[in-house]
Every structure is written in C-alpha cells, then in structure tokens.
Design a protein around this ligand. Structure first.
Ligand code: GAL
Length: 392
C-alpha cells in the first residue's frame, strides 16, 4: 500500500510540475489561487484572479448536490490552483441548459481546453460543438458525450469493471441456496456510464440468474432477458427504463419503497441489492433496513462518498467502489497541459460515442469493504480517520 501511495504522490507531483512548467512558459497566467467563491448557486469560481477575460482551462461538472462531484472539484482546484493555472469550475445543477450556458461563459473567457462531465451525454453535444467551433479542445470527463465528433479525448474510470465488481460482490456475499432475491437498480438513462455499469454487473450476475441461484425481484424486463448473456444497448435501456434511479436519492427511495410494498414473501428475507452508486445506495439501504420482512440485505455502491464510508463502517452499506478522483483530475489536467503545449496527449484505449472512437485514458478501480476501508481510503490519504466514527 505504501508503495502505491508513493507512486500516486509522485504522479501528482509530476503533473503539478508539468502544469507549472507550462503555465510559466507561454500563456498569460492570471492567478492560480484556489480561493473559491460562490458566484451564485450554480457557479463556483475556483480562482481566475478576478481577470474574467483570461481562463485557460474551463471545467464543467454536473451538480453540487452529489458529494461525488465535490470530490472532483476539490481535486481540480488543488492541482490547477497550486500550479498557477487559470481555471474556473462551473456546476450545471442537473440542467443541460445551464451546462450550455456554462460552456458559453467559459468560451467567452477565452478557455483553450474544456474539461466537461456531461449532465446528459447526448444533449451535451450541442455545447461541445460550440466549444469546438471556438477552437477549444474538449476532454469528456468521467461521462462520455455521445453522438458528436466534437469530443477530442475521454478521461474515465473503467466503468465496466465498476459494474462487474458490484455484481461479483453480490455473488461472493450471497446467502446459500437458490432463488435468492435480487433487486436491481440503475443510474440515469441520460448517462452513458449507467449502461456500462449495468452491462458490467449483468456480465457476472446473468449466469446466476439464468441458473436459478438468484431470482430477480423487481424488474419484469430483466426477467424477460435473463437467458441472454450479452444485452444490446437497447435491451439494457429497457431494463434501465424500469429500474432507473435517475441518480436521484429521492427517486431511489420511492422506487425501493414501491418495490418492497409490491414484493411477495418469496422475494423478502435475505436479499441482494444492486445499487448503482453511493447516494442511491444509502437511500435504498434505509428503505430495506426498515422493512420488517427483510432479514438481511447486501447492497453495493460506488464513489466512496464520505457518508457511505460511514455507512460501511456502521454495517449499513456493504461495499463501495473507490474511484480515486485525484487520479482522474490529474490525468485530465495532464492532458490539458499537453494540449496547451501543442503535444498529443497519451491515451490507452478508446470509446465509441456512436459517431467516432474517442481516444481515452482509463483508470482502475478499487473495491472497498469494511475490511479494507482504512487501507484504501485513510492510509492512501484520501480521507482523514477523524472524519469517521467507529473506524478500527
Ligand atoms: C456517474 C459517475 C458515478 C456517479 C454517477 C452519479 O456517471 O461515474 O461516479 O457519481 O454518475 O453522479
């Protein structure tokens, strides 16, 4: 672990060094101060030094309402700010219209590179086409933007591996016997990742569903497709249409309540729950915890949000997937630096966005449970032990 931490630190220092080198080299750098100030509820200015006409790198994130994206914001501000790079982080607050306005604002400030995590992968194509037309290079961050050739690069975690790890965790921690009830939930249909996560989970869960080890409790669409090892995007779409959380805690909660109200006795007892991320996992777990006919639930998540880490320590959420936002932010900043330097950024894979193959840089994920939470999240310096209670 120590070795890993060291290489991570070195990688971060290297990136910061790179950025500093470039920033001093040519572009007119106004300020890298990280003095974040809220301009309004949708906008966080991460420090353009008050010189609103000179921002080199613009960052657009989907919402402040999910802790996941505040983690990313913090990393961007640290890396870019420390390096004296002019930048601005704007939040779209769940609205593609706000997202487009944010992109236009950043274009008007003269950005050369746009790092954007789309609210809606298809709808964002209009915004990035505007950026491209203004000579701005576009890096899709975490979520792919689809149906356009105006995406230059994609920086992402291995989302298939996320879903596969969630599914495998359920298999490894399932009660013995057959017909174990399995509740399926998914992310937003507007997010390409939701499809990849589900595809990954399905790749390992499907054989267990097909052979009767697991019994789907809440999706007739998934039940109808249970004998298909590989699903088309359209087929995944029909399942997501039924069990989507929209990435929204309240939607997740009311869906779980409706499912448990409708559930017959044979899908109660000891159950498995595929929850797509931490926020929805906590909502769904709270509902399952209060149903007197649920004797035990095993539930997945992802993002290692602080509240979910506490849930894991407390035994209320079973696992999460750690997606180290330090690496993702550092990778996209390194790409931005290469672009500003006129160099071709290094990539290691590609993702088809229904129009082109987008060159991508992919980051591995780590499964976190009660057993390794300290090693993965505290020893690695991601969180402080003092931020949690009951940590051994
Ligand atoms: C996904 C992202 C996840 C999760 C989710 C909800 O695109 O990869 O980490 O946060 O969105 O915002």
């Amino acid at each position: 672990m120590k070795k890993k931490l060291l290489s991570l630190l070195l990688a971060t220092i290297m990136v910061v060094g790179l950025v500093t080198g470039c920033g001093n080299g040519g572009e007119d750098v106004a300020s890298g101060g990280s003095g974040a100030s809220n301009i309004d509820s949708n906008v966080t200015d991460s420090g353009d030094g008050g010189n609103s006409g000179d921002v080199q790198v613009g960052i657009v994130l989907p919402t402040k309402d999910e802790p996941r994206w505040l983690q990313d914001q913090k990393q961007f501000e640290t890396i870019l700010g420390d390096a004296g790079f002019t930048n601005q982080v704007l939040f779209s607050q769940g609205s593609s219209a706000t997202e487009k306005t944010n992109v236009e604002t950043l274009i008007s400030k003269g950005i050369k590179v746009l790092i954007i995590c789309a609210q809606d992968g298809a709808a964002a194509s209009a915004a990035v086409e505007e950026a491209r037309d203004a000579g701005v290079k576009v890096i899709a961050y975490d979520r792919l933007i689809t149906g356009t050739d105006a995406v230059d690069y994609y920086v992402t975690f291995d989302s298939f591996a996320v879903g596969a790890a969630q599914g495998q965790y359920l298999i490894d921690n399932a009660p013995s016997g057959s017909n174990v009830p399995l509740y399926l939930y998914a992310g937003a249909a507007t997010d390409n990742n939701a499809f990849i996560f589900f595809e990954g989970a399905w790749s390992v869960l499907q054989p267990k569903i097909a052979d009767g080890t697991f019994k789907i409790a809440n999706s007739s669409e998934a039940e109808a497709l249970k004998d298909k090892a590989e699903l088309s995007r359209e087929e995944i779409g029909t399942i997501i249409g039924q069990v989507t959380t929209d990435w929204d805690f309240n939607v997740a909660k009311s869906k779980a309540e409706a499912h448990l109200t409708a559930a017959s006795a044979d899908v109660k007892g000891d159950v498995l729950v595929l929850a797509p991320n931490d926020g929805t996992s906590r909502s769904i777990a709270d509902v399952f915890a209060t149903d007197k006919d649920i004797t035990k639930y095993v539930i997945t998540g992802q993002d290692s949000e602080m509240a979910s880490v506490q849930y894991i320590i407390d035994g209320k959420q079973s696992m999460t997937v750690f997606k180290d936002t330090r690496t993702l932010a550092a990778d996209s900043v390194a790409m931005a630096v290469d672009i500003l330097d006129g160099k071709e950024p290094a990539t290691d894979s590609s993702y088809n966005n229904e129009k082109i193959d987008v060159p991508a840089k992919q980051t591995a994920i780590v499964v976190v449970t009660k057993d390794n939470v300290k090693e993965a999240l505290i020893d690695s310096g991601y969180y402080e032990a003092s931020e949690f209670t009951g940590l051994e």
